[in-house]
Design a protein around this ligand. Sequence first.
Ligand code: DP6
Length: 325
Amino acid sequence: MSPRTATALAHPNIALVKYWGKRDAALNLPAVPSLSLTLDGFATTTTVRWGAAADRLVLGGVERGAAELRKVSRVLDLVWGGPGRPAAEVTSENNFPTAAGLASSSSAFAALALAAAAAADQPLDRARLSVIARQGSGSACRSLWGGFVEWRMGERADGNDSHGLPVAPADHWDLRLVVAVVSADKKAVGSTDGMTRTALTCPLFPGFVSSAPADVDQARAAVLARDLHALGAAMERSTNKMHATMIATEPTVRYWKPVSVAVLDAVEAMRASGLACYSTMDAGPNVKVLCAAADAERVAETLRGVPGLLRVEALAPGGDARLVG
Ligand code: DP6
């Protein structure tokens, strides 16, 4: 077979209503529905070349080992979809910190699925690519689309109806997510391990699961109505419940740092002074703040006054994952 190559770009997404917990670990099916915003500015660019001697992953110029390669190979298997799969070389770059709670795995597996399918000449639709990306990392199933994306849990045992679903495109609503970078270090506990441990040991977890669909319903309606207060309230509620379950996990999974809490306080103070802004955090100490585009510079300036932050950046809604070569 002659080597075939394609390059795809995908943006990470940040969950406004959170995915935490799996109902099927082998197929990577979620315990809850979730809803996200895809971000412009941050991106993963991935090239897949079919026809290598063995599967290889080079991320940020560094050859990766078996653990990281395993999920990549699984996605390649699913894209190829049959026997006789050739090996592939995967080269990937992020223009933002990897594995630091900035959703790098979401853009990574979305770009990988899209590039691998194009390079293999496999005419897979976006929902199928999303099902495949999900099996690399759950949140990646939402990064095939830009703007606001829902991940329905699905009902089928094979998981083929558990994929992203676009709710509204990037230009539907001129919001900003102001990203306050507390640390660019790789997180101490990865999402997969953290959520497995939460489901096994946290007595609060069933409450998180049973209340999640109402948060997604509120968030979806708020997006469609462009109601920032309702969206922000659903996002903060979902965030706080997720972190409560993380903290009540044994051993605890606590991503908050003192500077994270200082940012959360600053957001509350801005809101008390009449500025509509809302915070969220994921599996890491960084804080993201949702606000109208017109308020983003004021929010960012205020956060730049919080001692200890490495960087503050306002990101607009981003577009679909796409082929770039
Ligand atoms: C806190 O998608 O990274 O960011 O499916 O195990 O790879 P795996 O987990 P991952 O978890 C994301 C968790 C989160 C919330 C979210 O993005 O919904």
